[in-house]
Design a protein around this ligand. Structure first.
Ligand code: ISJ
Length: 440
């Protein structure tokens, strides 16, 4: 790989609010929760990768970029200085590329402090002087770095003014891959395999599709997700958008944390029914065993990298506007100098989105779902030059294609007492964030 040098400047600013309304309306780059987080503008370069080594390759290219970067960071928080937003494909054999996108400008806010980061290519920094502006490496090359070869300082964007709020574009979603009857049949087949002892748990998903006819409507869709699901990670990376409640892994100055979700119940129609629904979820043997598998997989993969790792002793019920989840928070300290991408590679895919045992579950997903998940259920988040980062599992999400096709995904963990019609109903609840955000 040819060496690429970046110049990075982070400075405090008085105010970045409202972050989301300063995001790019067409190609938003967003990571937000409860009004804090980061938006990226422009693109200085991207790292693309595919295949089984996609996270490793991206991580190696990132480490090299970070090593060579000339960074002046006057804020010093996780996410300041050099940063990339990323989204990785779920499966090793996915046709979707995995990406780390390094923006030109980042506006961020954390713990009430706001900042601005500018990231630019050092002229002549790619290879030896004469090589500057060399043709980008081919897409799909391991860790391939792509950058505009005409970048100059004068192209650098300024801080955008917040755009007025507008209505999100409407999409009428239709069932696509694994439509309802086929989904129920796949769930029944999964239960049969589980009962035959072939595996313990497998997560099966289906898709819905629609057409987006407004090119600059995605920012409004994200605004709606952020308003309706403030306690989730609202993200947009290279057309992958969503509002995920599940933290795959977070690294912050030597601490590691994660939120494992598995086990789902509908919200009740009134206060009493809602309380009963949550209580039944907390007491359900089916949900608790499904949840325990997800926690065990995350703990097993994180433990080798942590000096200490604690889990909340009992799963708790997490309330979201559309459903209840069983949740376990993990917290620990890093033990081996891993960065956020090392841990992403270690934990993906957890049993929350694949199953147990992992290998058999991943094979069963490919066979029973029969479609490419793309980046759905893959890691989505950011990493900074110091190795800190926040990564969620890309759930309650949709991929927006260049042609305007929007594919939404939702899935459920299947265990031996799963009932196909109930799992189908659960997918409907899990589609709601995306369907509603597009005016559903
Ligand atoms: C697979 C999804 O969600 C996952 C599956 C869950 C379950 O089966 O109970 C709960 C949370 C997520 O870990 C999805 O939203 O598509």
């Amino acid at each position: 790989m040819t060496a690429v040098r970046l110049r990075v400047r982070t400075e405090p600013i008085d105010e970045a609010d409202p972050l989301l309304r300063r995001a790019d309306p067409r190609t938003p780059l967003v990571w937000l929760r409860r009004g804090e987080g980061m938006i990226g503008l422009g693109e200085t370069l991207r790292i693309e990768s595919t295949g089984p080594g996609r996270i490793d390759d991206a991580g190696a290219a990132w480490a090299e970029l970070a090593e060579l970067a000339d960074v002046d960071d006057r804020v010093g928080l996780p996410g300041t200085g050099l940063i990339a937003f990323g989204a990785f494909a779920f499966a090793d054999d996915s046709a979707s590329t995995s990406v780390l996108v390094v923006p030109e400008l980042v506006l961020g806010k954390r713990d009430g402090r706001s900042w601005l980061t500018r990231i630019e290519l050092v002229p002549g920094g790619r290879g030896s002087g004469a090589d500057a502006g060399a043709a980008p490496e081919p897409a799909g090359a391991p860790g391939g770095i792509h950058s505009p070869d005409t970048y100059t300082d004068t192209d650098a964007p300024g801080i955008p003014e917040p755009a007025p709020r507008r209505r999100a574009p409407r999409i009428a979603f239709e069932p696509a891959a694994l439509p309802p009857a086929a989904y129920e049949a796949a769930v029944a087949e999964a239960v049969r395999r589980i009962d035959a002892g072939e595996l313990e748990k497998v997560v099966l998903a289906r898709t819905q599709q629609g057409e987006l006819h407004e090119e600059d409507g995605l920012r409004a869709v994200l605004g709606s997700l952020a308003d309706d699901y403030p306690d989730t990670w609202v993200f947009a990376v290279d057309g992958l958008i969503g509002a995920s409640p599940e933290t795959l892994v977070r690294v912050d100055h030597g601490t590691v944390s994660a939120r494992v979700l598995a086990g789902t119940a509908p919200r009740g129609g009134d206060e009493e029914a809602d309380r009963v629904s949550a209580a039944e979820l907390a007491a359900s043997a089916k949900s608790r065993s499904e949840h325990a598998l997800a926690v065990a997989s995350a703990v097993k993969r994180l433990e080798p990298h942590t000096a200490r790792l604690d889990a909340s002793p009992e799963p708790f019920t997490l309330q979201l506007p559309n459903l209840w989840h069983l949740a376990t928070d993990l917290k620990g300290t890093l033990g081996d100098g891993s960065d956020a991408l090392d841990l992403v590679r270690a934990v993906h895919p957890t049993a929350a989105v694949a199953g147990t045992p992992r290998k058999k579950a991943v094979a069963a997903i490919a066979e029973l779902e029969g479609f490419d998940r793309g980046r759905y259920a893959g890691p989505v988040g950011w990493i900074d030059g110091g190795g800190d980062g926040e990564w969620a599992i890309a759930l309650r999400s949709a991929q927006v294609g260049d042609d305007g096709r929007v594919t939404a995904f939702a899935g459920c963990g299947i265990v031996h007492d799963s009932v196909p019609a109930d799992e189908l109903a659960e997918t409907v609840l899990k589609f709601r964030p995306i369907v509603d955000a597009f005016g559903g």
